[in-house]
Design a binder for this molecule. Structure first.
Ligand code: ASP
Ligand code: MG
Length: 440
């Protein structure tokens, strides 16, 4: 079996869906399970609809028209494709309007419609062009999560039942990414962009030969092509490299995607629906080092930097524990950490609970809060074995007169990350890209 996951833009209009159908048809002998995102933009529209419902906003019509147009373009009858789904959504939005409150649980229920609708559109189109297929939501295949609405995780031990149910499907199963249900049958979601993660989990449960992530770019790139014109796709990455890249902001892959793939050692291939002949990027357990020391330069903007200083830390134990206990209590997610004997610097991408955490930290340390920082991260196995990589990186920054703060190298030593001001990020990434990738 293989898992073929198509993202929102890959099922964004009739033309793309036609491409998807021929991609699936060409791979029927590999017995694909198709995992889908909502049609492009629909998840955002549903979030908006839920939040505007209490004030009397009516976004349902636009959503309905969007789906009906799609069906018309594909020669499908929307009434038959969607059944009563729009009535159900309409009831839900009316309920939200009455209660005037959107809880995380209600929001997940609302978001569930995105993928429930898109799987029906696509499976119906497959059928209409002679590919035997069924839209089956993930939860009908046994995909059950915990109750963490908005950020749910699959329950342990569900894999066997899923494999059994998938094996009983006749034709191509077209299932929902991103959404699932808990034990009580309430809708949950795995976090934004989570259908990559769903696809990887199905890959794990089914012992798939390959997990294919079909998107709208030629694979994982050497840098963000929107800011670096010379950016190009990377042929191969190791699991380790891909995790670092996804984590530090390469937007093609949801950071959790790699975890299930690693557990079963299944290659993940990132491919372009628009350019299906392009080889894309394959992510494998033991990547080859490749011709260059660095594989990619990623960056992530809008971070907060906290510098926590206390002379009491000198020779004392338990100081780090105290700091991280505060972050834990306030649910602050820490990305990067650097410490010296009397100070700790950390970054986080959300300021939601930060003020409260800083207040608690201030009881035993001085805290300085800086905003609008970008982490720039150079990733590649070659970094581990190449002498002078760090100096090359920092010389480049010196030549550009870009001030850097907080340097960090993970234990795997395949990445070097540092912070710059948001407004220098583009310049920093471009300069590093030309240092490491544009020398020929
Ligand atoms: N439709 C969901 C989102 O937009 C999940 C996904 O596309 O991966 O976040
Ligand atoms: Mg995505």
């Amino acid at each position: 079996m293989i898992v073929m996951k198509f993202g929102g833009t890959s099922v964004g209009d009739a033309q793309q869906i036609q491409k998807v159908s021929s991609l699936v048809r060409d791979r029927l002998e590999c017995r694909p399970l198709v995992v889908l995102s909502a049609h492009a933009g629909v998840t955002d529209a549903l979030i908006q609809a839920a939040h505007e419902a209490p004030a009397g906003g009516d976004n349902l019509k636009a959503l309905r028209v969007r789906h009906e147009t799609l069906c018309a373009d594909l020669g499908l009858d929307p009434g038959r494709v969607y059944g009563s789904l729009f009535d159900e959504l309409s009831d839900l939005l009316r309920g939200i309007a009455l209660i005037k409150e959107v809880t995380p649980r209600t929001l997940d229920y609302c978001l569930s419609f995105g993928e429930r609708l898109s799987t029906r559109t696509v499976a119906s189109y497959f059928e209409s062009v002679g590919i035997l297929s069924h839209a089956v939501p993930s939860y009908r295949l046994g995909f059950v999560t915990d109750n963490a609405f908005g950020q749910a995780s699959p329950l342990p031990g569900i894999g066997e039942e899923i494999a059994r149910r998938v094996s009983e499907l006749k034709g191509v199963g077209v299932t929902t990414g991103f959404i699932a249900r808990n034990r009580k049958g309430e809708f949950t979601t795995l976090g934004r962009g989570g259908s990559d993660f769903t696809a990887a989990l199905f890959g794990e449960y089914l012992d798939a030969k390959e997990i294919q992530i079909w998107t709208d770019v030629d694979g994982v790139m050497t840098a963000d092509p929107k800011i670096v014109s010379g950016a190009r796709p990377i042929a191969e990455l190791s699991f380790e490299e891909a995790s670092e890249l996804a984590y530090y902001g390469a937007k093609v892959l949801h950071p959790s995607t790699i975890i299930p793939a690693v557990r079963k050692n299944i290659p993940v291939r990132v491919l372009n629906t628009r350019e299906p002949d392009h080889l894309g990027t394959v992510i494998v357990a033991e990547g080859h080092p490749g011709p260059r020391v660095a594989k990619s330069i990623v960056h992530k903007r809008g971070l907060h930097l906290l510098n926590i200083v206390s002379t009491r830390m000198l020779l004392a134990h338990g100081f780090l524990a105290r700091i991280f206990e505060v972050f834990d209590r306030h649910q602050v997610v820490i990305d990067m950490v650097a410490t010296s004997e009397v100070s700790v610097s950390v970054t986080t991408d959300s300021d939601e609970f930060l003020s409260a955490a800083i207040e608690d930290l201030s009881a035993f340390a001085e805290v300085e809060w800086e905003k609008e920082k970008t982490v720039v991260c150079v990733v590649g196995h070659g970094l581990r074995s190449t002498v002078g990589m760090a100096s090359q990186i920092f010389r480049t920054m010196e030549e550009e007169k870009i001030n850097i703060e907080m340097i960090s190298q993970g234990a795997t030593r395949i990445n070097v990350g540092f912070l710059v001001d948001d407004d220098r990020a583009v310049q920093a990434v471009r300069a590093l890209h030309s240092t490491f990738f544009e020398d020929e």
